[in-house]
Design a protein around this ligand. Sequence first.
Ligand SMILES: Cc1cc2nc3c(=O)[nH]c(=O)nc-3n(C[C@H](O)[C@H](O)[C@H](O)COP(=O)(O)OP(=O)(O)OC[C@H]3O[C@@H](n4cnc5c(N)ncnc54)[C@H](O)[C@@H]3O)c2cc1C
Length: 502
Amino acid sequence: MARIAVIGAGMGAMAAAARLAVAGHRVAVYERAETYGGGVGRLARDGFVFDTGPGLLHLPAVYRDLFVKTGKESLEQSLTLSQVEPASRHLFADGTDFSLPNASRAGVVAALDDALGAGAGETWSELVNRAREVWDATRRPLLEEPLRAERTEALGSDPYPAVRRRGLFRRNAPVTLASVAERELRDPRLMALLESHALAYGLDPRSAPASATVLPYMEQTFGSWYVGGGLRGLADALYERCVARRVEFSFGAGVVGVVEKDGRAAGVRLADGSVAEADMVVAGVSPGRLAALAPGAAGPSAAGAAPVPPGRFSVFLALGGARPEGTVHRTVVHAGDRAAELAAVFGTGPAGGYGPTVTVLRPDDAATRPDDGHEAVTLTATVARQGRVDWGEERTAGAFADRLVQAAEAAVPGLRERLLWREVRTPADVEAATGAEGGGVPAPVLAGGAGAFLRPGNLTDLPGLYRVGGFAHPGGGLAHAGMSGALVAGLIVDGADWRGSQ
Ligand SMILES: Cc1cc2nc3c(=O)[nH]c(=O)nc-3n(C[C@H](O)[C@H](O)[C@H](O)COP(=O)(O)OP(=O)(O)OC[C@H]3O[C@@H](n4cnc5c(N)ncnc54)[C@H](O)[C@@H]3O)c2cc1C
């Protein structure tokens, strides 16, 4: 039995902690905030309840596996998980309006044909078929195996297949998501649909590799899922699972350094000056934080360090009046000016003054509202990180929130008349909640792009120190961070040569 100190109580760190405790280790988590979950937070006010982090779960299999491996109650026995139907509604500036069913390829084809004309569904479906090849080629090396230096070169090439056209295979490198959208989808609304999946994860379609097509593939294949009471319930269940497995949590316990002894990680130094000795340390924090905590170890051992990703801007709306029957859970209101949005978010143009792509979440969940005469609605947009814009400036944040509300009116008729109050969370707030520089939210890793979309591996240059969470392999998002916990636990339990579960 080893003593393991875990830095941070984010989802990746807690996933590792639960698995390590079950393997017989003594696990202690040190979290600088007063609660667990990191970015998976909850805002409760006047009987309204909102998720301040993710609002939907894709790839629930990751958490199903975690719950099966760490206790008697399954994920479904630990919380209420339901599929969202339809999966999403899409509204465009030209008035196009369609809803896509959840995890039904035939249903998606029919819906796109209906809305965009015969053949549109098949065009989309062919692209998703090619994305399946990406999934098949990368599922194991990217999601289920630790990143190894000898694999990074192969993972730098893009498995998205070339498309035969006029008898030739066209392959003009580099192939980006945007170029695939243009060549293979052609309809601007299908192109926006594809690109919106990348943008939602903070990826720039103009530079993301074609393998980013795997993102809509995963969503349309494995479905979009909601946790009763909100996604924060997943963090609650994981925390409870950790506690049941005797993981010890210390809150308000910021780690200020990793203790090194004989060339190994040997514990953590806390803000109050005390030291917690350990045989191994698992760090679930951003690269900048880790570099400060363990300067000798932070160098990426298997892949290049990515730049700070964009952040998220959220507006929480408390509305008077009942949620109308038949309201869609998630509506994406696509931006009218794609170029202005991408330039603003990814730092190639002015950061403000544009209309963002807005995701409107309207869960049909009595636990999120004081009574059925009210409704809780969440608006989110991917935005430039804190620092590029000073989101802490109240007027800047307020003006941008107005833009989200304006866009959302297309999805929520009568929004302004129903509005009781609103609260805003910017990348500056996310930075405070997670400690991640600029409030950046990391994307899942992707193959292709010469390895630029990989993340540092779970092993560090300091023996005994491991990286977990969205900033480590296999990247950000609830499912991927959960997998990072499984990978770190595998490396600790079976040793640094562990090649992934069979
Ligand atoms: C606003 C927002 C929207 C998102 N939307 C989605 C979405 O739609 N879909 C999706 O899949 N994912 C989404 N994500 C991302 C997802 O929430 C994360 O990728 C996932 O929760 C993994 O987080 P993590 O393990 O990296 O830990 P984090 O959530 O980053 O938490 C890190 C923890 O470490 C703690 N910490 C930092 N430094 C120290 C220190 N020195 N000592 C002790 N503790 C420390 C922090 O306080 C924090 O609790 C979103 C995130 C945010 C913030």
